[in-house]
Design a protein around this ligand. Structure first.
Ligand SMILES: *Cc1c(COP(=O)(O)O)cnc(C)c1O
Length: 474
């Protein structure tokens, strides 16, 4: 056949659309998607024919159709196994929600809700009313409000209380949290003038006191949650800072970062300042995250003095930073779990995962080692190893929790073998994310709860490169 007759022999998009397979595909994926994929396919075949390739039978074209449509349909925001050893991994979505929080969120999604409606009076209500009493009960604060995340909380507090004024911060606390959240930049955007006091390692009471002038708007204390300065250091305690702030008639704001509502030593972890402690120490305002140690959905809490929270709520920016009904519902359910701290380690996934013992995880690693060894088909050595899990998201940066996992090492040579293994694990129906450490791919099993599902998933491991996306190989 010459090229022209080959081109004429190509099926048309219309012909293909009438086939039984295409009709079934339209049922599943909709006509526009099927038409688009077929159009691309035919255009592609046309190019190939022009390059001298033989034409494909319609059956093959249609066989590939469903695979392409499934690939297009697949979401990019996918559930996965977080075996990185970092429990609150920002890139992997931080806290997993408690079942009661999931149920509450689903109910709020399905139905109209009394978000800003007072069922007693039949009048307009306030969004914050649903959480205010609960947060105050758990933290000892007078008043509270909730916004999109803790970055928003800090921005809103600075803008509400220190726009056009000075915000005084120790040089040792001018943190960057990653993802472009740098305290000096947030200050600038909030319209506050940053006044740095002290030095990187030492800040004294007099540094703050000397900086307090007529233009002062607030003193900000930042919990340096993602690093520690050690050695010859001095920081001013919140209790002392409160007196200095109040002498200058400005509020003391404490950005706790992670913040927790319960004493973590209960779960065998190091002590992380609780929100109640920060309030008791005299902070007028405390800000903290909802999806770090608290174990809820993404949110930022602002708690503290009644009049200051009222001022913050009057800021028009609040409207731009508020949270929706779905998160509100999940937050309420999460916070309620804190009324029974004894049972948090069963009910709240973050605490449940953090409090799993080295022994329990080690036993799990022993059970899974042969299953993973079978999946890698002798290409890697699989050993049970000790791991040191991290909390993540900047909480207790130096603290690690003893854990266990599997270390996969290359049996013979192959420089890129570990990267290829990582890639193959990412291609699984439920991707598995570990980390490479000293020549091994390590899977820390602290966050693995459903062992049977994991075993079934990893049995599908396919080391052949370029198999991405479940495309059929024809
Ligand atoms: C994490 C953190 C923030 C930002 O909180 P997000 O909830 O991630 O927006 C702000 N300040 C400190 C000290 C933090 O640790």
């Amino acid at each position: 056949m010459d090229t022209n007759s080959s081109l004429r022999a190509l099926p048309s998009v219309d012909q293909l659309l009438r086939s039984e397979l295409a009709v079934a595909a339209i049922e599943r994926f909709g006509r526009p998607a099927v038409t688009e994929v077929l159009r691309d396919t035919v255009a592609d075949l046309r190019r190939k024919v022009l390059q001298g390739h033989p034409i494909q039978a319609s059956e093959i074209i249609l066989d590939n159709l469903v695979a392409s449509l499934e690939e297009r349909q697949r979401t990019t925001l996918r559930p996965l196994y977080n075996l990185t050893g970092t429990v609150l991994h920002t890139n992997l979505g931080r806290a997993l929600l408690a079942e009661t929080a999931i149920d509450a969120a689903v109910a709020a999604m399905r139905s109209a809700v009394s978000l800003e409606y007072d069922l007693d009076s039949g009048k307009r209500g306030e969004r914050d009313d649903h959480l205010r009493a609960l947060i105050c009960e758990l933290t000892g604060a007078e008043n509270a409000t909730v916004v999109n995340n803790n970055a928003a909380a800090v921005l809103l507090v600075l803008n509400s209380l220190a726009a056009g004024k000075e915000a005084i911060v120790s040089r040792g606390e001018l943190i960057e949290i990653g993802g472009a959240f740098r305290m000096p930049d947030i200050m600038a955007r909030a319209g506050a003038r940053l006044v740095e006091v002290g030095t990187t390692n030492r800040t004294h009471k007099s540094d703050y006191a000397n900086a307090l002038g007529p233009d002062a708007g607030l003193i900000l204390k930042v919990h340096t949650s993602n690093y520690r300065i050690e050695g010859f250091t001095k920081e001013v305690k919140p209790q002392e800072l409160k007196d200095i702030a109040h002498k200058g008639a400005v509020p003391l704001v404490h950005d706790l970062g992670s913040g927790t509502l319960t004493d973590l030593t209960r779960f065998g972890l190091a002590h992380e300042p609780t929100v109640r402690e920060a309030i008791d120490e005299g902070a007028d305002i405390v800000t903290f995250s909802g999806d770090k140690l608290l174990g809820g959905p993404q949110a930022g809490f602002i708690v503290g003095r009644k009049d200051l929270i009222q001022a913050i709520n009057k800021n028009p920016m609040k409207r731009a930073l508020r949270v929706d009904k779905i998160r509100m519902a999940a937050l309420e359910a999460t916070l309620k779990l804190y009324r029974d701290p004894e049972r948090l380690s069963q009910r709240l996934p973050t605490m449940r995962l953090l409090s799993r013992s080295r022994e329990e995880i080690g036993a799990q690693a022993q059970r899974l080692a042969p299953i993973v060894a079978k999946a890698v088909q002798g290409a890697f050595n699989v050993a049970v190893v000790d791991c040191a899990s991290q909390i993540g998201s900047g909480a207790l940066p130096l603290a690690t929790v003893p854990s266990a996992g599997l270390a996969l090492t290359v049996i013979d040579g192959g420089g890129r073998a570990l990267e290829e293994l990582s890639a193959a694990l990412r291609r699984l129906p439920v991707p598995v994310i570990g980390h490479i450490e000293r020549g091994s791919l390590v899977l820390d099993l602290r966050c693995l709860e459903d062992e049977a599902a994991f075993a079934a998933n990893i049995a599908g491991l396919d080391m052949r490169a370029g198999q991405a996306g479940g495309n059929s190989q024809s």
